[in-house]
Each structure stands twice: as C-alpha cells, then as structure tokens.
Design a protein around this ligand. Structure first.
Ligand code: 8YV
Length: 325
C-alpha cells in the first residue's frame, strides 16, 4: 500500500474542494479550520513535514515556510490564478510543483471588472449614498453626471485571459476603439479589434484605462505619477489585478488634483485597506474588497481544481492546471 501523505490546508475552502481531499486515500488533511487567514506561526507549524500545501493568496509562501515544511514538501496548490504570494525561485530550487487556478475565474472576474467600471464611471456608490442621506433634493441637469462607454476608447493593460474577457464584454456597449498594451501583441486581440499600442499612447488616448496584468517586477508600481499625468483628465482608471501595480499615493494625488476623473479598485495595498485610508475619503474613488472571483459557483470550482491539482501533484500525475516554473 502507498504511504499516507499529509497535506496542510491553510483555510476553510468551499466544501466541494475540501471533501475531495478528505475523501482521498492518498492523504490525511490538517486544516486550519477558520475563515480567517492562518497566523504566520501556525502556518510554520502546520506545514512541518507536510507533503502537500494548499494555500490562498493571503499566505506568503517564502523560504521560511519552505524550510519549515522540510524536504517532504512536493506540491503547493494555490486557490488563485495569481501567484505573486509564492517565492517562485525558492520553490523551483526545491523542485516543488505548483498548481493554480487559471481560466475557471476568468468570467467572474471580467464581470466584476465591468460592474466596477460602470459603477465608478456612473458614480453609483455616490448616488446610493445621496438617496440614503437625503441628498436627493430634486432633479438637476448636471447632478451625478459621469462618463459612458458608448463611443469611447478603452485601453486594457495586459490582454491576457481576463483582459480579453473584459474587452469582449465591453465591446457591445458601443466602445469605438479598443487599445491594449503588454509585452507583445496577441493574435486573440483580433476578436475584439484590439489595437496593440505603446503604453504611453494607450494612456493619452483612452477614456477608460483597465489594468489587467499580473504583478511582476516589471509591473510593480507601474501606475505612478508619470502614468496618471499622461491620462486624460476625464478618464476613469480601473484595477482588478493586484494592488501593488499602483502607487496609491500617486493615485490619490491624481484623483484630488483632477488629473484623472475617477478610479475603481478591487485590489489595494494593503488588503484589507485600513478604514482611515485617504483613498476611502474620496467620492471619486470606488474601492471593493477583492471580490473579483467571488461567485458561489466560481469559488466552488476553484476549490475543486485546487484540490485536484494537489492530489495529482501528490501522486506524481499531470495536474489539471500546473504552473510552468
Ligand atoms: C481571489 C484572485 O483573490 O485568483 C486570484 O489571483 O485574485 C482572486 O481569484 C481569490 O479568490 C483568492 O484566493
């Protein structure tokens, strides 16, 4: 009989994923049985001697965690498409395999991006607040006016899976031009008549700038003072990728100085964003609590894929979604 392997799961994940692991004959599961992130000390303890690790993006998996786990650790499976929380070089050095969850959250995240864009551009949170607080006194011609997609130019930074899914959804709103920037032109851009342009042109010409790139050393702090200065003063900025792509002090400056019209963020630095953060005091900044993939079905499918990646990794089989290291 095969030896029983141990996996550490850093959080309560949707039941359908957890059950796959708990029913598997190859492993026993140690679960940090909470909806809150595992404290660092418990993470270090929990991984000790584990053969597999199932984590989320709030768990920083660095050399310290890998050393605490020791040589048994053969597979890490993260319930996310992003992997900026994993120290890839250290993982590679130790020949550990990594599973992640691309594709299955593309639609949910693209939908949320469109919702956030419209909410920000048409000032929905402000309007709701006015209704509740008695600020709705009468109909006024220019009250709560915003910006529309019809006839607009949209710029997508990073036309990957999610960026393309956002573009596909925005086109039917009457978008006139769809620009995109990134490391290289993408053949799939044809489908949305996407024009590959340098970032500077995208910023100068777009009415909506949507950040949809992965966080990497190249994209960290990409959206800074110079970036916002190039944007139109009437433009709306949307970020549903990672908070660290944005320099938030520069964004605050741009929003208060009228360099750009508004911003919608599903991701921030840090997360959660403290309630007294200056960005939260701005009417033209809409902040969501990182809910891009948060539909019941998507999170369930993500949990199952994460579990299946882990199980395949433990038994040395091909993973449904393995990250190429
Ligand atoms: C969520 C995400 O944060 O997958 C990612 O990289 O950012 C989102 O899907 C995810 O649910 C958290 O693990």
């Amino acid at each position: 009989a095969q030896p029983v392997l141990r996996v550490f799961v850093t959080r309560r994940i949707p039941q359908e994923g957890l059950e796959l692991l708990q029913r598997a004959a190859v492993c026993t599961v140690s679960l940090w049985d909470s909806d809150e992130p595992v404290p660092r000390a418990e993470l270090l303890k929990g991984v000790e001697g584990a053969h597999g690790l199932l984590c989320l993006l709030s768990d920083r998996i660095d050399a310290e965690v890998l050393d605490a786990a020791g040589p048994n650790l053969k597979v890490i499976s993260t319930m996310s498409v992003g992997f900026d929380h994993l120290a890839i070089d250290e993982i590679k050095k130790r020949e550990i395999r990594v599973g992640y969850t691309p594709d299955v959250l593309t639609d949910a995240t693209a939908e949320l991006t469109v919702a956030l864009l419209l909410a920000t551009a048409r000032r929905l949170p402000e309007g709701i607040q006015e209704v509740k607080s008695g600020g709705w006194s009468s109909w006024k011609p220019l009250w709560l006016c915003g910006y529309g997609l019809s006839g607009s130019t949209v710029g997508v930074i990073g036309l990957g899976r999610i960026g393309l899914a956002v573009a596909r959804r925005l086109k039917p709103f009457g978008v006139k031009r769809l620009l995109y920037s990134g490391r290289q032109p993408k053949p799939q851009a044809q489908e949305v008549d996407g024009e590959y342009v340098p970032l500077d042109s995208l910023l100068c010409e777009s009415d909506f700038v949507v950040v949809s790139c992965a966080l990497s050393p190249e994209t960290q702090g990409l959206c800074d003072k110079a970036f916002f200065t190039k944007m139109k003063t009437t433009a709306v900025f949307i970020n549903t990728s990672r908070g660290a792509v944005v320099n938030q002090e520069d964004l605050y400056e741009a929003l208060t100085a009228g360099q750009i019209a508004a911003a919608g963020l599903d991701v921030t630095t840090p997360e959660p964003l403290p309630t007294d953060h200056p960005l939260l005091a701005l009417k033209n900044c809409v902040v969501l609590p990182h809910i891009g993939s948060a539909t019941y079905s998507t999170r369930g499918i993500m949990a199952k894929l994460t579990a299946n990646n882990l199980l395949a990794g433990l038994t040395g089989e091909a993973m449904p979604s393995e990250l190429k290291l």
